[in-house]
Write a protein of this length. Structure first.
Length: 256
C-alpha cells in the first residue's frame, strides 16, 4: 500500500470514530432530554436562570474576597515604610479587626480599610491599635460613620480638636501636646468604652453581626476560588463549554 493511501485511510478511520463518538454524546443528550421532558416541565429560561444563579453566587463570593484583599493591600501599603516590621504590624492590626468583628457590628474589612486610611493620614503605627479601639466606640456611641470616627480621631493626633471637641466636651479642654500624645483616645475610651459591645445586644446588632459572619464565609469561599489556579482554569473551560454551539443545541433539545 502506498504511504499516501495509508495516511488517507487513517484519516477516514479517525473521522469515522470521532463522528461516532459525537453521535453517542448527542444521543445521550437526546435521551436525557426525553427523560426530563417526561418528568418535568423545563424551559430554556429555567436552564439559563440556573446558570445565572450559579454565576451570581460565584460572583458574590469572589467580590467579598476581593474587598478583603483590597483592604489588606491598602493596609500593607500604608505600613511599607516600616520595612521588615511591616508584616508583623499588619497582621496584628488584621487580628484586631477580626476580633472586633466578633464583638461589634463592624466588619473586619471596613475596620482594616479605615486603619489604612488613618495611617495614610499620618497616624503612627504604634497608635493605630488604640485609635481603632477608640473609633469603634465613638462610632457606636454617636451614630457617626466608622470612617468619620477614624478621621476625627486621627486629626486629634495631629493636634486638632475639630468636631470631636464638640462631640466629647472633655476633648475641648486638652492641650495640643496632650492631643498629639493620644489623650483624646484615652478620653473616648474612658467615657464611651463599652458602647460597641452594648450595640451588639440589640436586635439590629445581632442581625448586623450575622451579616458580617456570612460576609466572612463568602470571603473564605472567594479565596478558595481566586487563589486556586486549577479551579480558575476549570471555570474558564466550563465557560467555553456552556457557550459552545453543541452545548446550546443540547440544552434546547432538553428544554423543548
Amino acid at each position: 500500500m502506498a504511504r499516501g493511501d495509508f495516511k488517507q485511510r487513517v484519516v477516514f478511520e479517525v473521522e469515522d470514530q470521532a463522528s461516532g463518538n459525537v453521535e453517542k454524546i448527542e444521543g445521550k443528550f437526546s435521551k436525557l432530554g426525553s427523560f426530563l421532558a417526561s418528568k418535568f416541565t423545563i424551559t430554556l429560561g429555567d436552564v439559563v436562570g440556573l446558570f445565572k444563579s450559579l454565576a451570581g453566587a460565584a460572583g458574590d463570593v469572589v467580590a467579598a474576597a476581593e474587598a478583603q484583599e483590597n483592604a489588606v493591600a491598602s493596609l500593607d501599603q500604608s505600613l511599607a515604610s516600616l520595612g521588615p516590621q511591616a508584616a508583623g504590624v499588619s497582621q496584628a492590626l488584621q487580628d484586631q479587626a477580626a476580633a472586633l468583628e466578633a464583638t461589634t457590628t463592624f466588619s473586619d474589612e471596613a475596620i482594616i480599610a479605615n486603619q489604612a486610611l488613618a495611617l495614610n493620614l499620618g497616624v503612627g503605627a504604634d497608635q493605630a491599635a488604640k485609635l481603632t479601639a477608640a473609633a469603634v466606640e465613638l462610632s457606636s456611641a454617636t451614630g457617626s460613620s466608622l470612617e468619620s470616627s477614624f478621621v476625627n480621631l486621627s486629626r486629634t493626633l495631629n493636634g486638632f480638636r475639630g468636631e470631636l471637641g464638640e462631640l466629647v466636651p472633655e476633648v475641648a479642654t486638652l492641650s495640643v501636646e496632650s492631643l498629639k500624645s493620644g489623650a483624646a483616645l484615652d478620653v473616648v475610651l474612658d467615657r464611651l468604652g463599652g458602647s460597641a459591645a452594648a450595640k451588639v445586644g440589640t436586635f439590629q446588632g445581632v442581625v448586623t453581626q450575622l451579616g458580617n459572619a456570612w460576609g466572612t464565609v463568602k470571603e473564605k469561599l472567594g479565596e478558595a476560588i481566586t487563589e486556586n489556579e486549577g479551579l480558575r482554569n476549570a471555570i474558564a473551560k466550563l465557560s467555553d463549554v456552556i457557550t459552545s454551539k453543541k452545548f446550546l443545541d443540547a440544552i434546547e433539545s432538553v428544554a423543548t
